[in-house]
Design a protein. Structure first.
Length: 376
């Protein structure tokens, strides 16, 4: 089998976690960079990363990497790429991408140039003047940053955060890849009691259950690479079977609660769809008033942020009430993500440490309370 170079874009702050995951999957030549992780491998590595990776956004094959400050240089760089090794004669190859800090800053113009160069290359290699593009989709992506172009083939299709269990969410859904990273940062392995008191659509408890059971997040969804003509279809079945064999059995103590009964019902439906409905208990409850379910455990949550003034003031009051409620819960490790810069002030306790993460485009801090403390 041929060996390829892969790029895994990540939410900012998750690169190191994704790199650790890829190493645990025994993938080769893993390198962590800002905004992405790189690794090398064959078709099996591509399938394994898509099916098993929890914190990356998608798996891209690097087709070309070259400097370009002009449209001609962009055209020639794409034209020199061995696209015929990946895209068959009838393959559909739409183009999308982005530009940053470069001479070439018009995304539509760059899309047109990349499409033109790819069409000419494939037309010449297949000795045709017109490409039908009636077959499987081979999504081309480009990234132009600091006058350097990288051309990719997307093997994932819908982003890896789309596990398939959340058809609908609440008003402020947490991306599944971020929820998985938040759980991994707690070092949760299924032994402790885990509670999300603001469960919303259930993403954090569901990702925790998948991690506890060692269940591959992409087990039941499809990927673009499964339709590629040059990929052996047996590879995907073998990777899924191996992932299934690595699952753990057992019962876990995971609780999700929310003061909105609709969110609780939605969480239960999503957990069932994810195949972990039997592992999680969901309850109606106010996070600032509920009794602690046990004497010790891991509390992890994504409370409301409040992006507008009145909402922000409401969120600040919520943080203060939550801090008062949890003041003496010394047996609990607490992990809370929010965009509120003065969260520690309102919560009433300084975090043991914090980590910058992005919830979509919102810059947040992940506050980690791993040692007992008292109000300042």
């Amino acid at each position: 089998m041929s060996t390829y170079e892969f790029s895994v874009p990540c939410l900012f702050g998750l690169e190191g976690i994704a790199g650790e995951e890829l190493r645990r999957l025994d993938l080769e030549n893993v390198r962590v960079e800002n905004g992405r992780v790189l690794f090398s491998g064959d078709q099996r590595a591509m399938a394994k990363a898509n099916v098993c990776l929890r914190t990356g956004e998608r798996i891209l094959i690097v087709l070309a990497d070259f400097p370009a400050k002009t449209f001609e240089e962009l055209f020639q760089g794409v034209y020199r790429a061995n696209l015929e090794d990946f895209i068959p004669k009838d393959g559909s190859f739409p183009v999308k991408g982005h530009c940053l800090n470069s001479q070439l800053m018009s995304v539509p113009d760059c899309q047109a140039i990349v499409k033109k160069a790819a069409s000419r290359r494939l037309g010449e290699k297949y000795s045709v003047s017109w490409l039908p593009e009636t077959g499987a989709k081979y999504q081309l992506q480009f990234s132009i940053m600091n006058d350097r172009v990288q051309l990719y083939l997307d093997t994932s299709g819908p982003g890896l955060h789309k596990r398939g269990y959340r058809a609908v969410g609440n008003d402020a859904p947490l991306r599944e890849t971020l929820a998985a990273a938040m759980v991994q940062l707690t070092r949760y392995r299924g032994r402790e009691y885990l509670w999300d008191p603001f469960c919303g659509s259930g993403t954090i408890p569901i990702e925790a259950a998948l991690i506890a059971r060692n269940k591959a997040p992409g087990m039941y969804r499809r990927f673009a690479g499964e339709a590629f003509a040059w990929v052996d279809p047996k590879v995907w079945g073998e990777v899924r079977a191996e992932a299934k064999d690595r699952e753990f059995k057992g019962n876990y103590r995971i609780l999700g609660s929310d003061n909105d009964p609709k969110c609780v019902s939605l969480s239960m439906a999503n957990a069932k769809k994810a195949g972990v409905g039997d592992l999680i208990e969901f309850r109606d409850g106010d996070a600032t008033k509920m009794s602690m379910p046990t004497d010790s455990g891991i509390l992890i949550c994504n409370p409301p942020y409040g992006q507008r003034m009145l909402e922000q003031q409401s969120a600040q009051r919520l943080y203060a009430a939550l801090g008062r409620h949890l003041k003496y819960a010394d047996g609990w490790k607490k992990y809370i993500i929010t965009s509120e810069p003065e969260f520690e002030h309102y919560f009433g306790q300084r975090a043991t440490k914090k980590r910058k993460l992005y919830n979509g485009m919102i810059k947040c801090d992940y506050y980690m309370y791993t040692e007992s403390g008292r109000k300042r």
